[in-house]
Write a protein that binds this ligand. Structure first.
Ligand code: CDT
Length: 348
């Protein structure tokens, strides 16, 4: 039986340090309306979507740093936060699901790089994910260095990689307590969330693969400028740096979708923030065989849309990546036992 879902990535172009939440949210609502006019049931927005990508700044004023976060005590509170409520209200009104990333400040004062899945039909946040692989520095490596300071602003996500089912995307999805014995691949869509740097790590995808994920949603802010942390071996042009960054973005999305037999949607912030911080586009929809089926053509606000059939995931899940038949977890212990790499002893 086909399991058709109409999905969209809502890519957002430049957002500056002094851009107001209201102006960004009004652009996001325009993107939502465009996606809805194409028939989208699910719209994915980027990481830290409501503001500029603030972890690039070293703030002298702590109040400015705090101003980029949303208070979130859990449950539905982000959808009811007055800063960002108009977007969630629009999704509720249109009856569409949205996935969106933001800086979360918890009631106990912790800060996370977070994303929520909001179900438009029920008007509820049904899943929350906190970024696990937080990249960059706590402190700039030298005074004045313009680098990625995510480790300064965010704690490591503490919610794990918990897949969830999104109600209402698939018509006639099998529900619990119907007495059906074979429920495999017949229920509501199984979804996982990742945030930016997470997508580069196979360890982030496999837990979702092991929960039968059919769709992994990713928001990102990826620098085009390649010399952010590691100096390039030789100076390269902005175009070449962007192309390299896009190559690794595509590689991560395509390989991990293939290896976990799931579709993926990635939505990026992009363009030149403050006229000088370059972020790549390349928001995409990738099928469960690893092919890009739709991709952004601009580095500006853009909706990337596709109709996908989650039934296609069965092919990989039952064949080349049939985990139950082919995985050998008794041999994988080093992956969880060890953090950094340890080289074999030197030869005599
Ligand atoms: N936002 C984010 O996670 N960006 C990282 C940059 C890593 S280099 C500091 C990324 O993986 O694209």
């Amino acid at each position: 039986m086909p399991r058709i879902v109409k999905v969209a990535a809502a890519q957002i172009g430049a957002v500056h340090r002094d851009s107001s939440r209201d102006s960004t949210i009004s652009r996001m609502i325009d993107l939502l309306n465009t996606a809805v006019s194409k028939g989208a049931q699910l719209i994915v927005f980027p990481e830290c979507a409501f503001t500029t990508f603030f972890p690039r700044y070293l703030f002298s004023d702590p109040a400015e740093m705090e101003s980029y976060f949303e208070d979130d005590a859990g449950g539905n509170s982000i959808a009811d936060s007055k800063n960002v409520k108009p977007l969630f209200d629009k999704a509720r009104e249109a009856g569409v699901d949205i996935w969106v990333g933001y800086g979360e400040r918890t009631s106990s004062g912790q800060h996370f790089n977070t994303a929520v899945y909001f179900c438009g039909k029920t008007g509820e946040v049904i899943s929350k994910y906190r970024k696990v692989h937080v990249p960059g520095f706590v402190n700039p490596p030298f005074p004045g260095a313009e680098v990625h300071l995510e480790k300064r602003y965010f704690e490591t996500g503490d919610l794990g990689f918990e897949a969830f089912r999104a109600p209402g995307l698939i018509p006639n999805a099998l529900k619990a307590n119907t007495g059906e014995e074979d429920t495999d691949g017949k229920g509501d869509a199984i979804i996982g969330s990742l945030i930016c740097n997470d997508r580069r790590w196979p360890e982030s995808w496999r837990p979702y693969g092991l929960q039968g994920a059919e769709l992994v949603l990713v928001g990102f802010n990826t620098n085009g400028k390649a010399d952010d942390i590691y100096k390039p071996r030789q100076p390269i042009s902005l175009e070449d740096a962007r192309e390299q960054a896009l190559f690794h973005h595509r590689l991560s999305m395509q390989y991990n979708s293939y290896a976990n037999s799931c579709f993926s949607i990635s939505a990026g912030r992009c363009g030149m923030d403050d006229g000088k911080f370059d972020l790549i586009g390349g928001s995409s929809i990738v099928d469960s065989d690893g092919h890009i089926i739709a991709e952004a053509k601009t580095v500006d606000d853009e909706v990337v849309f596709a109709e996908i059939d989650l039934e296609e995931c069965r092919k990989g899940k039952k064949d080349i990546f049939n985990f139950a038949v082919n995985r050998q977890p008794q041999t994988y212990g080093i992956i969880t036992a060890q953090k950094g790499y340890v080289e074999p002893k030197l030869l005599f």
